[in-house]
Design a protein. Structure first.
Lengths: 203, 624, 116
């Protein structure tokens, strides 16, 4: 279908009251809602991190250098994500796929790091059931990890869609932008968690 | 490149039917989805009502033997869950679904498939919770699930509670995002925010409340689930778990939740009363800003549900003040409704009666609510029937009366025929009398010290008489709804054609046929004023009398309307299987958590496949 | 290359014109790395332990702000997106600050459990 036909065929959908895209507005609304979700998880953690009647206390078990590295990895994945968006915005689909894969890979490294950290903690005596600290820690970081994992799936889906030419139309950059927004949000949640959970001293 | 290109298709062939059950199951039309929401919610209302009747039968006499303690706990818990999550919320959403696009001059909501997904998740979530009755017992820890009782109750009931409400929460959150974007972004040209019907404004506030409140209870419910199923310690006192954490998280959701339940009904009443007073709503801007204020302030009052929990005098005082303040915008609305009626040319119809009933009953419920804000008073009222009286006055006397007003008012638009006025008025009076018989005595019982959430009470407390009256009232309410059902059946058979605008309405939905065509508006309207439809019909004489401009409503006779679509070539989104497919994943995951972990993976896979199919499928097929 | 075949509202055109180029993104990335390094560094400086919390919060805020305004493009986008996000963020901060205050005022210490 030619560009003119496409434009004539679906003009109404592009005329929105604010001139802004529906899905992008929806994504920002959803991210606003996620602030409440992670706020609840982090607050629960802050309340419970010092209530340790059994098992290790936070700073007895946290490995700050290790977590710093994985935090850095996730932070850099935001850079690759934004480079992926820049690539498709200038029509560079191969660049898009490379940067998307880089982002997914960095995200996977982060998740791998989380899995390793969780296993290490369990071996050192901190489980979900050990203490309120344990419960709060694992559920909070677990949900964050789940969000990252969903993000990785979405990134890989974008790579697949690009390979099948599904991102070559005018709408492609927008789709990448939306997944990018989600990915960056997951990153900023970790920025908060890294500081509030790991770095800020506990009693 | 050849110009003839094979149409992009989803994974499977698109459903195409316009009639038959498959067309309903794959529909993405907001009107059909709205109808399904309301029908399903009404079915749950009957069930929740039967639960209420069982409760009242048990409490009609001291030492009742209708229900055992265990059964009673399940019934009062399910009654609360049903009425809140499966009746009032979905009825509000159902009306929002049907009406908002019509009221703002749009052809559909922003995300039609997401809309369908919300409905199916709601239906399956409700069925999931109810399946608990057959799978070991229903939730029995109260709809408010206070921990550590809720974490320690044996059986699977409270696990069904935590998972079922999670599933419903997904539906609510999806719906909230959908309607926020619809209202902000899909308005017809000229439909500025301050020209929207009050119902749309109240819906906007409601959806923002949903957006921000649902995540908080999601976390609380997950924590409950982890405690129950995976031995976590969130609410385990022996490990340092704090029951107050549950209460804070729950009521951080729970208080906005009550505004979520009442604001749509307030919006309905704000649109019904002007029609039957032949006057615009008194103080439109005030009523809109009052609604917004309620939305904001509603976040600052949650701990008034915790005055007896030992928060200390500072916290108690702060929340007492904020609770007193929130009565102000509510009061503003009440004065606006009264002001609307004052000096109006009143027509007493069934929807009018229910709307006025709303105002009267809500005043009473609001007054008892203000009495709760006085902490020493509340500490006596807590856990007594005084509280039960309060919330039934605002939720039944308020929300249900308002929603029923909406049903009668918009019935002719949705179905094309009028409901019988005689039977409607009978319904109203029976419901009004029955409601007050059932719940007014509870104020007295509460002040006399009768505790709530108890399956029985002893003889000799002085409570027997009013309990009996209350039970009688309950059965009168039930009778009133029998009248309603009879009304529906007979009116359907009689089919007294309603026409486009049977009530001489003020807002855009009355400018299109009844029932509306699939695309709603043949010409996208260009809005020039608030109550635009009214101003197209009437012009005011120098004396201020409305004079009819033209007779009968076609699709808004404006030459300024968009010419490209006069009923032809209007591109509506196509039906889809995928919202339904994806929605099945959620309850399966729920069953997995309770019974068989492998199902968690199965459900997740179904959800993912459904979502993939959905994303890869265009919202409308290009070749028709 | 601009997007063809799609009608953009004037607002969207404005957004598209403001994309930072990749170099600017890398610069932001470098700043993020530097701030992270600072955070970790002061964690290990013993003399700063008493006042470490404000520093850490400021650093976290800087990183948060950089990602949101530059990577998520919020500084160039319509104010409506910012309002949607900020309302959720501010609401979460306020409401949970109140909850934490209530808990701390009660004395958030571990309750004494008789018999262990």
């Amino acid at each position: 279908m030619s560009a003119q036909e496409a434009a004539a065929h679906a003009p109404a959908e592009h005329q929105t009251s604010t001139g802004l895209d529906n899905v992008k507005l929806a994504m920002w609304a959803f991210l606003g809602s996620e602030c409440l979700f992670f706020g609840s998880l982090i607050s629960t953690y802050l309340l419970y991190r010092n209530r340790v009647l059994d098992g290790p206390r936070p700073h007895e078990i946290y490995d700050i250098p290790y977590t710093s590295v994985s935090s850095f990895v996730l932070l850099m994945s935001s850079v690759t994500m934004v480079l992926a968006l820049a690539a498709i915005q200038r029509g560079d689909h191969r660049g898009l796929r490379i940067w998307l894969l880089a982002t997914a890979m960095l995200g996977t490294v982060f998740i791998g790091g989380q899995v390793y950290e969780f296993t290490a903690f369990v071996e050192e005596g901190l489980k979900l059931s050990t203490s309120t600290f344990g419960s709060a820690f694992f559920v909070m970081t677990g949900f964050h990890g789940a969000h990252v994992t969903v993000g990785i799936f979405m990134l890989l889906s974008l790579v697949g869609m690009s390979m099948f030419g599904r991102l070559s139309d005018a709408d492609g950059p927008r789709k990448v932008e939306l997944i990018g927004l989600y990915w960056h949000f997951v990153d900023i949640v970790w920025i908060v968690i890294f500081t509030v959970v790991y770095l800020i001293p506990t009693n | 490149m050849a110009t003839v290109v094979a149409p992009r298709r989803g994974i499977f062939a698109r459903p195409t039917g316009a009639t038959g059950w498959l067309s309903w199951v794959t529909t993405v039309d907001h009107k059909r989805i709205g109808i399904m929401y309301c029908v399903t919610a009404f079915a749950f209302f009957i069930i929740g009502g039967l639960e209420a009747l069982l409760i009242r039968a048990q409490l009609a006499q001291p030492n009742g033997e209708v229900l055992s303690a265990e059964a009673y706990n399940q019934f009062f818990t399910m009654h609360g869950i049903t009425m809140i999550f499966l009746v009032v919320m979905p009825m509000g959403v159902g009306l929002m679904n049907y009406l908002i696009p019509l009221m703002i001059g749009a052809r559909d909501v922003a995300f039609p498939r997401l809309n369908a997904f919300s409905y199916w998740v709601f239906l399956l979530g409700g069925l999931f919770i109810y399946s608990s009755f057959f799978l070991g017992g229903a939730p029995d820890g109260g709809w408010f699930g206070y921990a550590p009782l809720s974490t320690q109750l044996p059986g699977d009931g409270m696990t069904f509670y935590s998972l079922g409400l999670q599933i419903l929460g997904v539906a609510s959150l999806a719906g909230a995002v959908n309607f926020i974007i619809t209202i902000i972004n899909m308005r017809a040209p000229g439909m500025t925010l301050m020209r929207m019907p009050v119902f749309v404004w109240m819906s906007l506030v409601t959806t923002f409340l949903l957006l921000f409140a649902m995540p908080v209870i999601a976390v609380a419910l997950f924590q409950l689930m982890f405690d129950r199923v995976y031995e976590a310690n969130f609410f385990r006192p022996s490990a340092g778990g704090d029951p107050l954490l549950w209460q804070h998280l729950f009521w951080l959701f729970g208080h906005p939740e009550v505004y979520i339940m009442i604001l749509p009904a307030m919006g309905i009443v704000s649109d019904v009363l002007p029609t039957f007073a032949r006057k615009p709503i008194f103080g439109y801007a005030a009523i809109v800003f009052a609604g917004i204020a309620i939305g904001f302030m509603g976040w600052g009052v949650w701990a008034h549900h915790m005055f007896a929990a030992g928060l200390g005098p500072v916290a108690n005082s702060a929340f007492a003040l904020s609770t007193m303040f929130i009565a102000v915008p509510t009061g503003v609305k009440i004065f606006n409704w009264i002001g609307t009626l004052w000096g109006g040319a009143i027509r007493i119809t069934t929807p009018f009666l229910f709307a006025v009933g709303f105002v009267a009953m809500f005043i009473i419920g609001g007054l008892s609510g203000v009495s709760h804000s006085i902490v020493p008073h509340d500490q006596q009222q807590t856990d007594t029937y005084y509280i039960v009286a309060h919330f039934h006055y605002v939720l039944f006397g308020g929300a249900i009366f308002g929603l029923v007003a909406g049903f009668y008012y918009w019935w002719p638009k949705v179905f094309g025929y009028l409901l019988s006025e005689a039977l409607g008025k009978l319904h109203f009076w029976l419901m009004f009398i029955g409601f007050n018989l059932a719940f007014a005595p509870m104020h007295i019982l509460g002040l006399q010290g009768m505790p709530r959430r108890y399956y029985t009470y002893p003889d000799g407390m002085g409570w027997n008489f009013w309990n009996l009256i209350s039970t009688l009232g309950g059965f009168v309410i039930a009778l009133s709804f029998v009248v309603f059902i009879v009304n529906v059946i007979r009116s359907h058979k009689k089919r007294e054609e309603a026409g486009d605008d049977p009530w001489d309405g003020r807002t855009l939905e009355w400018s299109i046929p009844s029932p509306p065509p699939e695309y709603n508006f043949a010409r996208v309207p260009v809005v020039q004023a608030r109550d635009d439809w009214w101003h197209k019909k009437y012009v005011e004489t120098p004396e201020g009398e409305p004079t009819r401009v033209f007779a009968g409503g076609a699709n808004g006779d404006d030459a300024h309307g968009s010419e490209e679509d006069a009923g032809h070539g209007i591109h509506m989104p196509d039906p889809s299987y995928f919202p339904l497919v994806a929605s099945f994943g959620l309850p399966i995951m729920g069953y997995g958590v309770i019974f068989q972990p492998v199902l968690i993976g199965v459900g997740a896979l179904i959800l993912m496949l459904g979502l993939f199919g959905w994303v890869l499928e265009p919202s409308a097929e290009e070749a028709h | 290359m601009t997007q063809t075949g799609i009608e953009h509202s004037p607002r969207e055109e404005e957004e598209l014109a403001h994309h930072p180029d990749p170099r600017q993104y890398i610069v932001v990335g470098v700043w993020l790395a530097i701030v992270t390094a600072l955070e970790v560094a002061i964690y290990y400086v013993d003399s700063l332990q008493d006042i470490i919390v404000p520093f850490l919060l400021v650093f976290a805020f800087i990183k948060f702000f950089l990602v949101v305004t530059w990577f998520m493009h919020l500084r160039f986008d319509s104010a409506l997106f910012r309002r949607l996000f900020v309302s959720g963020l501010v609401l979460a901060l306020v409401v949970f600050a109140i909850v934490m205050t209530i808990f701390l005022a009660r004395g958030g210490a571990v309750p004494e459990i008789a018999g262990g």
